[in-house]
Every structure is written in structure tokens, then in C-alpha cells.
Design a protein around this ligand. Structure first.
Ligand SMILES: Nc1ncnc2c1ncn2[C@@H]1O[C@H](COP(=O)(O)OP(=O)(O)OP(=O)(O)O)[C@@H](O)[C@H]1O
Ligand SMILES: [Mg+2]
Length: 321
């Protein structure tokens, strides 16, 4: 169940990569929180910094600036026993179930890795049973433990990836586009599995996706990223019914509506121009060169993420009084 307790708090997080051409600002001052038991969706175009944000939040990447607190503790300052406990409580499911699972390992060994690292089973037999149970939890069966990943379909591989993440009984999982590489017909199955597991185990998710239609069903709240920044963040329902940021409005208008009549009459908002490079991004508002409402102020001043309505945060000068 969703609670008011914040499991993750991100304050002014920055992650820059040095490259030959300059500093690449992959994540540039983002702040948000995730409540225990909820799913926060993060959406945005390819390269806007979703993966970097997710990975920096769980300490896979060091940060350039800012802080991330997990259950009140600074993720980038964890050491020793606390760090070990954190690596058990926090897991990640990767986008590509083909490259993220070792082809030379048996499925059972892939799933048991975390069990071994954290010494969660007292005997080989207990470990075997636990692996079998995990396979069944994700809709596979115990005989699959002795097989290799190449014998499985994309959807099945992602189930293995989910079983591996679940093995250590985590509290928080970063799901980094877990369905993007899968056939559309399989995507809903994996999303439904993740939703069921969340309910059963009280998990908290950071769910990364390319487009808004994918995160709609799974997210309690959604953050829209654009070029290393958060443009808007609010309850999933509010975002779909009343998008405030011009970028969110454009993204939503691009989702096809199943009703052909409504689809025909719908106004599609076309984005002007190109997505700028995260090296030397535009000063002021990052979105301004593609925004139909941009003014001089947008070139000068970077809009801060502000709460315009209860629970509805947007970074746009349009909403200044
Ligand atoms: N390890 C790295 N070293 C240098 N640059 C990186 C690194 N990882 C990501 N980047 C750059 O940072 C920016 C954000 O990348 P990131 O992978 O976080 O985007 P994304 O939103 O997850 O994209 P996608 O939807 O394609 O997965 C991109 O310009 C990318 O090229
Ligand atoms: Mg990514």
C-alpha cells in the first residue's frame, strides 16, 4: 500500500560525464521523492537522462553534485555493513534481457547469485528450493533452473531478470525500461507481473519508460524528463488529464487514441526543432527552442520546478503569476 513515508529523496542531483567535446550534463539538477510502496514513472525521449538518473540514485554511478537519501541515509556515503544492506534492499531490472543475463550461466545460478552474495540460504537444498519458488513466482517453472538463457524468449528472459532481482527480497527496484525490448503482446504480461509482485511484497518502483502510454497503468506519479531536467511531476491521473508543461502536452498529443473519430479531431502538437545536445544545453529553459510559448525570459532564466497545484510540480515560466 502507498504510504506517506518517503523511501527515496533526491535533492538537486547532478551527474555530468566528461567527454572529449566538453561536459555532458546527463542529469542536471533534479529533485523528487518516492513514497514507500508507490511507483514513480520517469518518461522522456532517448538520451534525456533517465537511465543515468536511475543509476545515480542507487549508487551505481557516483554523483557530480546533490544528494540522494534512501530511508534517510545518503546513498553515496554508505560504507561497510550499511552499504551491503543497501545492495540487498535495492535492485535493478534492466532494459535488455538479452545482454543483462550471462549466457554462460545456468538460470538457477543467475537467480542464486544474490542469495549467495548475501548468504541468505543455509544449505544447497534450501537454495535450490528458493530458486524453484522464485521461478514459479515469476511464472516460469522449476525445470528452467538447469537451462541457459539462450533457450528462452524475450519475455521469459525478463521474468528471469525479475526473479534475480526478487531473490534478495528487496524493498525498492529500479525498473529501467523493462518492457521496451519486448513484443507488444508480451509487454502487458510483464507489467501485470510487476504490479502483482508490488502488491504482494509491498515493493517500491522507479519505473523508467520511453513514452507516456507505457507508464500510465503502473505509475502512481509520473516525472517527465527533458534534457537532464524534470519538466513536470504529478499524479499519473493529473498528468494525463491536465498536463501543464508544453513538453508534456506535446508528448501526450502524440499518443494515438483508439477511437478513430476522437483521434481525427485531436490536435497534434508538433515539436519544432531538434533535441539539443546535452553538451552545452541551451541556457535558460532547456525546452525553449522547441516551445511554442517561449519568450525572452525563457532564454535568460531557468524555470524552477514549482508546486503549481497541490502535488503538481512544473518547471515553466508560463505558470508564474
Ligand atoms: N557512461 C556514460 N558516459 C558518457 N556519457 C554517457 C554515459 N551514460 C550516458 N551518457 C550520456 O548521457 C545522456 C543521457 O543518457 P541516458 O542513457 O541516461 O539516457 P536515457 O534517457 O536513459 O536514454 P534511453 O531512453 O535511450 O535509454 C546521453 O547523452 C548519453 O549519451
Ligand atoms: Mg535508458
Amino acid at each position: 500500500m502507498e504510504s506517506t513515508e518517503k523511501i527515496l529523496e533526491v535533492n538537486h542531483l547532478k551527474k555530468y560525464f566528461k567527454s572529449g567535446k566538453g561536459t555532458l550534463k546527463a542529469v542536471d539538477d533534479v529533485s523528487f521523492f518516492i513514497r514507500k510502496g508507490e511507483t514513480l514513472g520517469i518518461v522522456g525521449e532517448s538520451g534525456c537522462g533517465k537511465t543515468t538518473c536511475g543509476r545515480t540514485c542507487i549508487g551505481i554511478y557516483d554523483r557530480t553534485a546533490g544528494e540522494v537519501f534512501y530511508k534517510g541515509k545518503d546513498v553515496h556515503k554508505l560504507k561497510g555493513r550499511e552499504k551491503k544492506a543497501f545492495t540487498k534492499e535495492v535492485q535493478i531490472i534492466f532494459q535488455d534481457p538479452y545482454s543483462s543475463l550471462d549466457p554462460k550461466m545456468k538460470v538457477g545460478d543467475i537467480i542464486a547469485e544474490g542469495l549467495r552474495a548475501h548468504q541468505l540460504c543455509s544449505s544447497k537444498e534450501e537454495e535450490r528450493q528458493r530458486v524453484h519458488q522464485l521461478l514459479e513466482t515469476v511464472g516460469l517453472n522449476s525445470e528452467h533452473a538447469t537451462r541457459y538463457v539462450h533457450e528462452f524468449s524475450g519475455g521469459q528472459r525478463q521474468r528471469i531478470g525479475i526473479a534475480r532481482a526478487l531473490a534478495v527480497e528487496p524493498d525498492f527496484i529500479v525498473c529501467d525500461e523493462p518492457i521496451s525490448a519486448l513484443d507488444v503482446s508480451i509487454q502487458a504480461q510483464i507489467v501485470n507481473l510487476l504490479i502483482r509482485l508490488q502488491k504482494e511484497k509491498g515493493l517500491t518502483y522507479l519505473f523508467i519508460a520511453h513514452d507516456l502510454s507505457m507508464v500510465k497503468h503502473i505509475s502512481n506519479r509520473v516525472a517527465v524528463m527533458y534534457l537532464g531536467t524534470i519538466a513536470e511531476i504529478t499524479d499519473a491521473k493529473a498528468l494525463y488529464q491536465k498536463p501543464l508543461h508544453p513538453y508534456t502536452q506535446a508528448l501526450l498529443s502524440a499518443i494515438p487514441i483508439p477511437d478513430p473519430k476522437v483521434e481525427e479531431e485531436k490536435q497534434r502538437i508538433k515539436l519544432n526543432g531538434e533535441l539539443p545536445s546535452p553538451i552545452d544545453p541551451p541556457a535558460g529553459c532547456r525546452f525553449r527552442n522547441r516551445c511554442r510559448y517561449a519568450t525572452e525570459r525563457c532564454a535568460k532564466e531557468r524555470p524552477e520546478l514549482r508546486e503549481i497545484e497541490p502535488n503538481h510540480f512544473v518547471a515553466c515560466h508560463l505558470y508564474d503569476q
